[in-house]
Design a protein around this ligand. Structure first.
Ligand code: CO
Length: 654
């Protein structure tokens, strides 16, 4: 690093001498950048203005696809995900494309069958994908086997990931130590990995741990080492620098407007920091600045409202305190808040490492972070001194059965036995590759979707996302009108909105909105007290005299997939308190707010205490609700798809 060449103001941006071993950079702005900061809402039309310029920078690759983009594009943006690849390829001709592939989960949220996995990778390659960055939440590489066969067959770059996780504040301990990561890297090399990625999705990797780990990996494996370290905890720029000193080959960064917070460190400071050293990127900082200018002025104003600016700090200190992904911590807090139990947060922090250990000390990354998190909260809220794991989620049962793969250490035997009691697939866990137990599914999906799908890409989209995929294909082929919510917003609209906000802040918005009804005689004034202030609020009941009887529950639509840890596209319907219903017998009440996903019993059925009556989905996890006593099921008060509040009387047993 010390062999600095002499630079002048004249040559630092253009034809400066090439470095001996330049660090290679992958840009993530067009995938992980907007996925981390702007809810994955980046549109293709907003990538085109910078695409050709980005092709000129000299990136090792540009990440353009994968992760949540496939889902979000067809669901929320009315965009064909395949089309993005083909479109961007017309502008980015030199730089390879990279995607994040969730191994056997592809770009969805469950393990798909092998036939679909082969077809997906084949089509991604045909449509223009070059580098397949592949990961599995458990680092169980049996989940790589199928997709890797196809990546190789398609002649593309297979990048194998090791999900980076910790059990201690720093690298080490019994499970996730240096030896573990070296062993995993060798496994990847044996599978034919063209490069190996340390995937630090939570930003947990400390600079000196990165140094030690990269040094060790460079000694023991031949494949290039690529570091993916999120900024979340604030350590990543230091971690990058130490990894570079240790000889890492490739680093992930974002363009400044897509950088920091839960995203990645920016490329520009790194370019300047390495200028004239043996690891100089060789990038022209002025080109980067020109790209940033377009992002700032023409593109980001359309996305600014999606940025979570509830906090001034751009760093999540909790990640440093608890060595747990930031997203997982905020989920835990939300879940506790929904349950009115925010005061239990310290108990949750205490229970979390225990649950994680009993579940096989698994890495905490989507979906395992959610599985461990929700089960922890269930334990804190529902367990008694006599009994732990009183309410086990469906996903924990799947994990105990082996459906996600092999855990880092064996799952606690007692817990496993309890979780698998009455499990539909069987009470003995599998030890095979998880997809071995899955039936082929592509042909079935093709039959189901029929003429609505025009080509194989449509068919695959439908096979992975049957509900939202079908809806998208109807929009795409003009069989249904796409709602306004999926249409892009224009810069004109952005400007109008900003002007409105300015007016409102200046107190100039007093004219009555068009269509505001006149007050009636029934209007009543309430004083609303907020801290030391109070506001007089006029409340006017709509539709005559106020009705206080409970209404029938509103039916809301089911989320797209009943897959493990589906994303949260559920329209926020008003939860239903309780339908008016005469009660005689023992009530089964909702132990938490959630949505009814299915019934295991029907009215009139005899039930025994402990039998599963219904499944309630809460925080994307399925919870089996059991009969509190023997008897016959006299009433089921809700339907599938209903949202219910905590304490709602779900069923009556007499
Ligand atoms: Co990432």
């Amino acid at each position: 690093m010390s062999d600095k060449v002499k630079l002048t103001k004249m040559n630092y941006d253009a034809d400066r001498p090439a470095a001996k071993n330049p660090i290679k950079i992958m840009d993530l702005s067009l995938r992980d950048g907007h996925q981390s900061l702007f809810a994955t809402r980046g549109r293709t039309e907003d990538m085109i203005p910078v695409a050709e310029m980005m092709d000129e920078v000299g990136f090792w690759a540009i990440e353009t696809w994968g992760g949540a983009t496939f889902d979000t594009m067809h669901r929320f943006l009315n965009e064909d995900p395949w089309e993005r690849l083909r479109t961007l390829k017309r502008y980015i001709k030199k730089t390879p494309f990279s995607m994040l592939l969730r191994a056997q989960n592809l770009v969805g949220y469950r393990n798909y069958a092998d036939d679909l996995a082969y077809a997906f990778v084949d089509r991604a390659a045909e449509n223009g994908m070059d580098v397949f960055r592949t990961f599995d939440a458990l680092n169980d590489y049996r989940n790589f086997e199928t997709v890797v066969k196809q990546i190789k067959k398609s002649g593309k770059h297979f990048q194998g990931c090791i999900c980076y996780t910790l059990t201690e504040p720093r690298l080490g301990g019994e499970v996730y130590n240096s030896e573990y990561y070296v062993r995993k890297a060798k496994e990847l090399e044996d599978m034919g990995a063209d490069s190996i990625c340390l995937k630090d999705m939570a930003g947990l990797m400390a600079p000196y741990d990165a140094y030690e780990l990269v040094k060790e990996l460079k000694k023991q494996v031949k494949a290039p080492i690529h570091l993916h370290s999120h900024f979340t905890s604030g350590m990543s720029p230091m971690t990058h620098l130490k990894a570079i000193e240790a000889g890492v080959d490739i680093i992930d960064t974002c363009m400044t407007p897509y950088a920091y917070r839960t995203s990645h460190a920016a490329v520009e400071p790194l370019v300047m920091a390495l200028l004239g050293t043996s690891r100089d990127t060789g990038f022209d900082i002025k080109k980067l600045a020109a790209i940033n200018e377009i992002f700032e002025k023409q593109i980001l104003p359309k996305y600014k409202h999606l940025l979570d600016d509830s906090k001034v700090s751009i760093i999540d200190i909790n990640v440093l305190l608890h060595q747990t992904p930031g997203g997982m911590l905020s989920n835990l807090v939300n879940q506790l808040r929904e349950m009115d139990a925010l005061d239990k947060i310290d108990e949750v922090y205490k229970e979390l490492p225990r649950v994680r250990k009993e579940l096989g000390q698994i890495p905490l990354v989507t979906p395992t972070s959610q599985i461990v998190g929700v089960q922890t909260v269930n334990n804190v809220l529902h367990d008694t001194p006599e009994e732990r794991y009183k309410m086990i989620t469906g996903q924990v049962k799947d994990l105990c059965y082996g459906l996600y793969g092999k855990t880092a250490v064996p799952i606690d035997k007692e817990l496993q036995k309890k979780a698998l009691k009455g499990y539909p697939r069987g009470e003995t866990p599998i030890t095979s590759r998880p997809a071995e137990v899955l039936e082929p599914e592509l042909e079935k999906a093709i039959k189901e979707v029929g003429d609505l799908a025009v080509d194989i890409d449509d068919q695959i989209l439908y096979a992975i996302f049957p509900v939202t995929g079908k809806k998208f294909l109807e929009w795409k082929y003009g069989k249904a009108e796409a709602p306004d919510s999926v249409k892009p917003i224009t810069m004109e609209k952005v400007k109008a909105r900003e002007a409105l906000v300015k007016k409102a802040l200046a107190g100039e918005l007093i004219e009555k909105k068009e269509g505001t009804p006149e007050k009636t005689d029934a209007v009543r004034t309430f004083n609303v007290f907020v801290d030391n202030e109070y506001f007089a609020v006029d409340v006017d009941p709509v539709g005559g005299a106020p009705v206080f009887a409970a209404a029938q529950p509103a039916v809301v639509s089911r989320p797209a997939a009943r897959a493990a840890a589906a994303p949260a596209p559920v329209a926020k319907a008003e939860p239903v308190a309780a339908p008016a219903q005469p009660v005689s017998g023992t009530l089964l009440v909702a132990p938490m707010p959630g949505m009814v996903v299915r019934f295991e019993k029907k009215v009139g059925d005899k039930v025994k205490q402990g039998d599963t009556v219904m499944i309630l989905e809460a925080m994307k996890m399925e919870n089996a609700l059991v009969a509190p006593c023997d008897g016959s099921l006299n009433a089921l008060n809700f339907s599938v798809g209903d949202s219910v509040v905590k304490g709602a009387p779900l069923a009556v047993i007499a």
